[in-house]
Design a protein around this ligand. Structure first.
Ligand code: ATP
Ligand code: MG
Length: 449
């Protein structure tokens, strides 16, 4: 296979040239080489060099230099407003806690620096004169679309358990398979993930969920997911015994994950939306039911998101989506407008996107009509956004002060009157225009008084 060539941007070439001119070796390395060889635009460029960190700091003293992790050999240099991480060739010392080496030592050997890296596709270096340095078969694995550890998988996971989740993350994001030896070690050693900090799990699992092959990976490595999130295990293979459902709860869940856009908030909400189903299962002559499962799913989502230390915004939004995922079924345009007034346009859109994916992963009987209605609701939202339609008190053409000015007493009355005006605007009985609203408010005051 012909892989594309690598053309680092000018600010990266400047960094390489300055290091070379000072007599050091310097290469771009890791993710940027992988992505460039795949024909994708790297999102950051990392440089590896045999220059020691203090020499790097000195060499780039004319630039803004941030001493990011001096003890690990990393210095960030800002060239033309773009940051580049420059790290000294490094050998990792003994791993005592399955997480990170107790010590790192600097080395003059690029080979040794590449050997400490996790996967063959992440262990390549490049600079224009020598071309790609590929000592571990990274290019062959890229061509075969395969994730394989550098060296013995068992040893590499023993050193750092997070690599287990990173393997799944890269396979999901790149839509790669995992080489047999690496895959076997992942299943055998998955409990090493229990030594890894919540923050690092959160980052990798979120990227995995947003990957293009998340469904395949989470199906094939469900045991790994349940090691970190045991609360989700009851969903696995759980038969819904209901004509509306053609998949078990876990399979359905993964299809919903793939059915929403690849954004963390939506993917997490999809993963958790039915987590409470197994605990709520009842059965009668009509089949299985899951009354109250959204509330139960919220309880599980709380535990999971707290344990993984998700950020506050994701926590709040995911819980709200999980809680309401079952409520927008057959909303009319007015009901939907009211909902937007309550939860805002962005969250309403997320709720419908989740709902559309949810009904899209059900049995065929009502699927097409339900998906069509969800699409209709999304079209309404687009239309209202374009019109900048009034759906909340904030957008109403009059405020509390205007109502006081026409003699409505301060306090509860103002709120009631504003709400009444908003509802009439939403129901298209009134236009959102100041004079018309004030006239309606006066009439209300007279009738109320
Ligand atoms: P991306 O930034 O696109 O998520 P990446 O490959 O650049 O992917 P980073 O986490 O930024 O991933 O790491 C940069 C490089 O450092 C990797 O390509 C790999 O060579 C090495 N690396 C990162 N984490 C580990 C680890 N846990 N064990 C071994 N090597 C690692
Ligand atoms: Mg990176």
């Amino acid at each position: 296979m012909n892989l594309p060539c690598i053309t680092p941007p000018v600010f990266v070439q400047t960094a390489l040239q300055m290091l070379h001119a000072a007599g050091y070796e310097a290469y771009v390395v890791g993710g940027c080489v992988r992505d460039a060889l795949l024909g994708a635009e790297p999102h950051d460029w990392d440089v590896t060099t045999n220059a020691k960190p203090d020499a790097v700091v000195q060499l780039f003293s004319a630039y803004h230099v941030i001493e990011t992790g001096l003890q690990h050999g990393t210095v960030t240099v800002v060239i033309e407003h773009c940051p580049i991480e420059i790290t000294t060739y490094r050998i990792d010392g003994v791993y005592a806690d399955y997480r990170r080496p107790e010590t790192v030592s600097f080395t003059q050997s690029l080979d040794a620096d590449l050997a400490r890296r996790d996967f063959t596709v992440n262990a390549m270096a490049y600079q224009p004169e020598t071309g790609v340095v590929d000592l571990y078969g990274g290019r062959a694995d890229l061509a075969a679309r395969r994730i394989a550890c550098v060296g013995c998988a068992t040893d590499r996971f023993e050193e750092d358990g997070l690599r287990i989740l990173r393997a799944l993350r890269f396979a999901s994001v790149l839509d790669f398979t995992i080489a047999p030896e690496t895959a076997a070690a992942i299943h055998t050693q998955k409990t090493l993930l229990l030594h890894i900090s919540a923050e690092r799990i959160w980052v990798e699992l979120t990227k995995l969920l947003c990957g293009q092959a998340a469904e395949r990976i989470l199906q094939d490595y469900a045991d790994v997911l349940f090691t970190i999130l045991p609360e989700l295990e009851p969903m696995y293979g759980f038969d819904q015994c209901n004509p509306h459902h053609c998949y078990d709860v876990y399979t359905h869940t993964l299809k919903v994950v793939m059915g929403v856009p690849a954004e963390p908030l939506l993917r997490w909400a999809a993963l958790l939306h039915d987590a409470g189903k197994p605990a709520c299962f009842t059965i009668d002559e009509r089949g299985g039911h899951f009354y109250g499962h959204a509330v139960q799913s919220v309880a599980i989502a709380k535990i999971v998101l707290k344990r993984l230390k998700s950020d506050r915004k994701t926590y709040d939004s995911v819980l709200a989506l999980v809680e309401c995922h079952d409520t927008v079924w057959s909303s009319s345009d007015r009901q939907l407008k009211r909902l937007v007034g309550k939860i805002g346009l962005a969250q309403a859109r997320n709720l419908i996107l989740l709902h559309r994916a949810d009904v899209g992963a059900q049995a065929e009987i009502h699927r097409a009509e339900r998906v069509a209605h969800a699409n209709q609701m999304l079209a309404w939202l687009d239309e209202w956004e374009r019109q900048d339609a009034c759906m909340s008190l904030k957008k109403l053409a009059v405020g509390g002060k205007d109502l006081m000015a026409i003699g409505i007493p301060q306090g509860k009355q103002i709120g009631i009157c504003l709400q009444m005006l908003l509802e009439q605007v939403i129901d298209e009985q009134l236009c959102n225009e100041r004079d018309e609203l004030l006239a309606a408010a006066k009439e209300w005051k007279e009738n109320a008084g």
